[in-house]
Design a protein around this ligand. Structure first.
Ligand code: FUB
Length: 325
């Protein structure tokens, strides 16, 4: 009898904490009450763009119903804020199937601006070349609508088989435009890669090069602060975020250790790091919405990030309160 009651209670708990895969029908504005920023929808792999006084957050939509444990991700969502407290979730979403050559699977992505155009680099499963691929969509506004910029993948799994035979190493793109105007694409799983991009942002401009980073898993993110380049990444599994620093985007990268510990109830950890209105922020996901969250029902969070005098970064303090001032 007790066992039956327990099963019923567990089933009720799982149903109560399941959020349907709802797309916002119109732009919706709300004030975040701490972390997670959004609790009506599961969002993972956040990337952030600071543009014209606004922070845009681009995140994958986790849609996997409990108790299933796999990535069910069909689209990426956009949120924006001008004060890190009041957020608008925009109705427009980019779908993995907007890339006609892709089978689906909206894994991690990033948006970057160049010359008034916005480029959204995404991870998807390729329909005909086995494995994950990186595509790029373009728009005239950070809010879209975005269109496949090439009609084909920018990176496919067969371009990197000399480094690893796994089929999911070409994931998690991050793009940085250096001060001389040269753009770089970094990405990877197990092995981190980088390559130059042409000024058109949709073609490679040179060879793919491997970067050696200790215990690299995935989720590279490039940013620059006070003359230092930072390459942060998810490490080991379950994942922590670690980072390396360099005076040049081409390295050598000096490993600096852990930046963020394992994020509660999520086996993955995926970060965006930005400066905005004089403060630095760490935007990430954990599994704090659903008790059965694990890595497949993730929650968007934001906390402050602080640098030391020598440019190293203090360990992130993940909080429930989030951004309070
Ligand atoms: O969301 C799918 C994958 O999980 C991402 O591409 C990785 O970074 C990990 O967060």
């Amino acid at each position: 009898m007790n066992r039956k009651l327990n099963m019923i209670l567990l089933a009720l708990l799982l149903c109560a904490s399941w959020l349907p895969a709802s797309a916002a029908e119109k732009d919706t504005t709300f004030v975040a009450s701490g972390n997670p920023i959004v609790s009506y929808k599961y969002l993972g792999d956040p990337a952030a763009l600071v543009y014209d006084g606004t922070v845009y957050i681009y995140a994958g939509h986790d849609e996997c119903p409990p108790p299933e444990q796999y990535y069910l991700m069909n689209e990426w969502c956009i949120l924006s804020t001008t004060d890190m407290k009041t957020f608008t979730e925009h109705a427009y979403t980019l779908k993995a199937k907007d890339f006609k050559w892709a089978k689906g699977e909206a894994w991690a992505s990033q948006v970057i601006e160049r010359n008034g155009k916005f480029y959204w680099y995404v991870t998807v499963e390729h329909a005909t070349i086995p494995g994950k691929s990186i595509g790029v969509a373009v728009a005239d506004s950070p809010l879209g609508p975005f269109k496949d910029a090439r009609g084909s993948a920018l990176i496919t799994n067969d371009m990197t088989t000399e480094y690893t035979s796994i089929r999911w190493d070409d994931i998690d793109p991050t793009v940085y435009i250096d001060e001389d105007g040269q753009a770089y694409l970094f990405w990877g799983n197990t092995q981190c890669y980088y390559a130059k991009l042409k000024e058109n942002m949709i073609e490679l401009d040179g060879p793919i090069k491997p970067i050696q980073l200790p215990r690299f898993t995935e989720a590279p993110w490039i940013h620059k602060h006070n003359g230092w380049y930072y390459l942060s990444f998810a490490s080991e599994f379950p994942e922590k975020i670690c980072y390396a620093m360099s005076r040049s985007i081409n390295g050598p990268w000096e490993y600096k250790g852990i930046l963020n510990e394992i994020a509660g109830n999520s086996n993955t950890n995926h970060q965006a790091i930005i400066d905005f209105k004089g403060k630095s922020y760490f935007i990430y996901h954990n599994g704090s919405i659903n008790p059965n969250g694990c890595g497949f029902r993730r929650a968007l969070c934001i906390d402050r990030l602080y640098y030391n005098e020598d440019g190293t970064i203090k360990r992130i303090q993940m909080t429930t309160e989030g951004i309070t001032k």
